[in-house]
Design a protein around this ligand. Structure first.
Ligand SMILES: O=C(O)CCC(=O)C(=O)O
Ligand SMILES: [Fe+2]
Length: 461
């Protein structure tokens, strides 16, 4: 690939990340106003472009509220008394920085709230005319500026542009029914956005926001809807590759295939393992965006520890409450597991359930002799269903308690589980599968398809 085409691909990925945010979450009402966040943002950029010819300023206007949308993406409860996301400007600016936006765009985004604080200090009547929502948020933003703050603000080289953005921000609240002009859509800004992005600074194929990372740190899981679309992987492709993996004939020392006896007594496929080294598309799937997101969660480069497909076909069994890391027989200490939904996973067909919380190796969850969570401990936990659509990807920690029911529906619930560890803890993929091939006994000598007794089905040869 040439450098130019690589950069074009990167800037398209930046645009796509922004576009999906606006398309999926920008339709919500803009806090306390009668326009959506998307309408507000497009109008702000439109007004700014009337007064400024600088791409950085126009794009900063377009993206000044991206932090609000990032809050909605993680379904964050409304903060600031229902008026949006506290510190949305810095979460937004950090996010834009990681996407590779130039410093000027990031700084303009970070400062847009300061303009309001400045104007309230400078002109008391300005405060009087603020909307109720805007007055409420001002309280959370530090109130009007002090004398010192305002003079340092005035010396910012973009002082005039920040005020211009503020003026356009305020004007950008016209309900669509009252618009007398055409506001260009997001697509209009695709090439302008590329011109203010330094693709070499782009930090990954899918950049996590600080909100997503905080969510993971608090809950030990985070779901990203449709992550595979960012690599242009269609769920139907993954379904085809899964079919190919399931068709691999058993071969000593290579991939592993497992079957179970269904409720009605049929022999059905339940699991395939150790296939990424034998299937190029699956390897690419495991080694790109997903690995990259796990690396962002670890804060260092991740390496693949193991991979499996759980088929959970109609009549397939469920999994008892367990944590994954105890099954990993001392190979690396930190793991993140990733569930890639191949089929739609629903409550009826046995989607995963997780117990949110800050879980790690010190949580000391009581385990039975076969390595699953004791029934008493499980009863005291609150589990939540995580339904997924094909292409959705769920990240959870090695110590996050999880479980799932049998599939009593007529639809299959195939899902891939990829587990990673930080690179600094070594490469264990080969050693792990060596132990599995050698049928090393796990907890309680109960080695069936897992080193622990989480699988509730009956394995058949
Ligand atoms: O497939 C499922 O529903 C859960 C699987 C699981 O947690 C595991 O295999 O470790
Ligand atoms: Fe598990």
């Amino acid at each position: 690939m040439t450098v130019e085409s690589y950069q074009r691909v990167q800037s398209d990925m930046v645009f796509d990340r922004i576009k999906v945010l606006f398309d999926s979450f920008g339709g919500s009402n803009y806090i306390g106003e009668s326009v959506s966040i998307t309408e507000h943002s497009l109008q702000a950029a439109y007004f700014t472009a009337k007064k400024s010819s600088e791409d950085e300023v126009i794009i900063a206007s377009l993206l000044h509220d991206v932090g609000h949308i990032l809050g909605l993406e993680i379904h964050q409860k409304m903060e600031m008394d229902g008026c949006g996301v506290e510190e949305h400007e810095s979460v937004g600016a950090n996010f834009l920085k990681k996407l590779g936006f130039c410093d000027r765009v990031c700084n303009l985004t970070r400062c847009h709230v300061q303009a309001k604080r400045y104007l309230c200090f400078k002109r008391p009547e300005y405060y009087q005319n603020l909307s109720e929502a805007s007055k409420t948020t001002l309280k959370f933003q530090g109130g009007p500026m002090s004398v010192e703050e305002s003079s340092s603000f005035e010396s910012d080289s973009d002082f005039q542009n920040i005020l211009l953005m503020r003026e356009c921000d305020e004007a950008a609240k016209i309900p669509s029914s009252e618009l007398t002009f055409t506001v260009p859509p997001l697509e209009h800004y695709r090439s302008m956005m590329a011109s203010v992005v330094d693709a070499s600074q782009y930090k990954g194929s899918y950049v996590l926001s600080d909100f997503q990372k905080d969510f993971f740190n608090k809950n030990s899981f985070v779901k990203i809807e449709n992550l595979l679309s960012f690599e242009n992987i269609a769920p139907s492709d993954v379904s085809t590759w899964t079919q190919e993996v399931s068709n691999l004939e058993k071969q000593e020392g290579k991939w592993l295939q497992h079957w179970e006896k269904s409720e009605s007594g049929d022999k059905i496929m339940c699991r395939s393992e150790n296939f990424v080294n034998f299937h190029e598309n699956m390897r690419n799937l495991a080694m790109n965006s997903i690995l990259n997101v796990v690396s962002q969660l670890f804060g260092e480069k991740a390496v693949l520890f193991k991979e499996k497909i759980n088929y959970k076909l109609p009549g397939g069994a469920g999994f008892a409450a367990h944590q994954d890391s105890p099954a990993y027989i001392g190979l690396a200490t930190d793991h993140i597991s990733v569930m890639v939904a191949i089929d739609e996973a629903t409550v009826e067909n046995g989607c995963l359930q997780v117990c949110p919380g800050q879980w790690d190796s010190n949580s000391n969850v009581p385990l039975t002799s076969s390595g699953i969570i004791t029934p008493e401990a499980e009863k005291a936990m609150v589990y939540q269903y995580v339904p997924c659509r094909p292409g959705d990807v769920l990240f959870f920690g090695g110590y996050t308690p999880h479980r799932s029911t049998a599939n009593n529906s007529k639809s299959s619930r195939r899902a891939m589980f990829l587990t990673y560890n930080p690179e600094s803890q070594g490469q264990h993929h080969a050693a792990y599968y060596q132990a599995k091939h050698a049928k090393v006994q796990g907890f309680d000598g109960a080695h069936t398809i897992s080193f622990q007794g989480d699988f509730q089905g009956q394995i058949v040869e």
